[in-house]
Ligand binder design. Structure first.
Ligand code: SAH
Length: 398
């Protein structure tokens, strides 16, 4: 018998209106026996079926729904969902499919937004990297690997389950090849720029695919420009702007490893751009440029998430204001600021408010040219705000 998670009466439960999550605090009882990670039914306070998902009492999110139908959750189910996710990417990149042939990178599975909560799968030119970030999804790891193998026949598979969020689920941090080992330094082509991706040692799954479209969308403003790429990682923005004709790109990142990758990718591309890669704290460097009176035509800011929870938003706001203030000050009048936040807990309006404040403090006038978000292969599931996290704004600084 499948255990039943019963919701408390008299509350507005988001799970009833379309959200896949059930929090511990929403539940009156769990009937029947289960092991953590098992599939359970979720029912309302009158016992009516809402959906079926997996349970983990060690997590604040007790249950994540997999389906709202009365259907079996088995390997075939997981593989059907994988197939739908892959088909959608094939639609997005129809002229570049499969990734192995064109060398593109794409997120094949984006967790809740692909109805596979806890699962992330990226394809880097035919090399597939995955993460099972919840206990309930980790249980289906073999099905995921079988599905990836059957659907894509990848050149190699790498497991990046060394993500710290796994500890919230009581899962160990592990990583490694699945099946045949391969050179973990793989190459992708992002709109004509070649990038090296380190699937074994790179951050997250190795490369930030969510900014792909934004990097291309700003190429037009790069011609002959002096660019500062702050929080550059392996050069996603810097290399794209160089491709757009930037004369000079200075990149700053605290990670030496990221800059080594950046340098290696510079060598792969024939670019007429001068590069200066600096391993340093971007906060300090920006302040120094301001002190020295050094200006840039274009400044890119793409920091890591400053807010990890709603509670830390006030402190995060201060961080975003600080970094944006410093950046605005070093943009030459008429130049551009490309600024991002990947904190899901920071609302778009709050982010724009911070930038407005920063501009006022800097005594500068901004014009908002474009509001952008995460790439299409990271779709936002309407009604599930947790699937929307990336904000990217393009401003002209007067
Ligand atoms: N713009 C990149 C992604 C940036 S991810 C791209 O397009 O791929 C955020 C980066 O910020 C990471 O590489 C991390 O090493 C770096 N970082 C974190 N704190 C930093 C700091 N205080 N100063 C400079 N870099 C920092």
């Amino acid at each position: 018998m499948t255990a039943r998670v019963e919701l408390k009466p008299g509350q507005k439960h988001r799970v009833i209106t379309g959200h896949p999550w059930v929090f511990q605090t929403e539940v009156s009882s769990v009937e029947g026996s289960f092991e953590p990670g098992d599939v359970v039914d979720v029912v309302d306070s009158k016992g009516r079926f809402i959906g079926r998902g997996y349970i983990n009492p060690a997590s604040q999110i007790l249950t994540r729904l997999l389906t709202r139908e009365d259907e079996d959750i088995n390997e075939e189910f997981i593989i059907r969902r994988l197939e739908a996710a892959v088909l959608f990417r094939k639609q997005i990149y129809s002229d570049k499919w499969p990734p192995e042939s064109s060398g593109i990178g794409t997120r094949l599975v984006f967790s809740e937004a692909d109805f596979l909560p806890g699962l992330v799968v990226d394809d880097f030119g035919g090399y597939v990297v995955f993460q099972t970030l919840t206990l309930g999804m980790d249980r289906w790891k073999d099905a995921v690997i079988r599905g990836i193998t059957d659907l894509l026949a990848p050149k190699g598979i790498y497991e990046r389950n060394d993500a710290p969020v796994r500890s919230l689920e009581g899962l160990p941090e592990i990583a490694g090849f699945v099946g045949q080992p391969f050179d973990p330094l793989v190459e992708i082509d992002e709109n004509g720029v070649r990038h090296l991706v380190d699937v074994a040692k790179g951050q997250k799954t190795g490369y930030f695919l969510d900014q792909q479209e934004n990097r291309s969308a700003v190429r037009w403003l790069a011609k002959d420009k002096k660019v500062l790429d702050a929080f550059s990682y392996s050069g996603g923005f810097g290399l794209s702007l160089a491709k757009g004709g930037a004369g000079h790109v200075t990149a700053i990142d605290v990670s030496e490893a990221a800059l080594d990758l950046f340098q290696a990718s510079v060598k792969l591309n024939q670019l007429n751009t001068e590069f200066q890669l600096r391993a340093a704290n971007a906060f300090d460097e920006l302040r120094d440029y301001d002190r020295k009176g050094e200006f840039f035509d274009v400044v890119v800011l793409d920091p890591p998430a400053f807010a990890r929870s709603r509670r830390t938003v006030p402190r995060a706001l201060a961080g975003y204001k600080e970094i944006n203030l410093r950046a605005i000050k070093v943009v030459r009048p008429g130049g551009f600021l490309i600024t991002s936040s990947c904190s899901q807990h920071l609302l778009p309006a709050e982010f724009e408010g911070v930038i407005e404040d920063a501009a006022r403090d800097a005594g500068r006038v901004l014009r908002l040219l474009e509001r952008r978000g995460q790439a299409r292969d990271h779709p936002v599931l309407v009604g599930v705000p947790e699937t929307e996290y990336l904000k990217c704004r393009i401003y002209q600084v007067l």
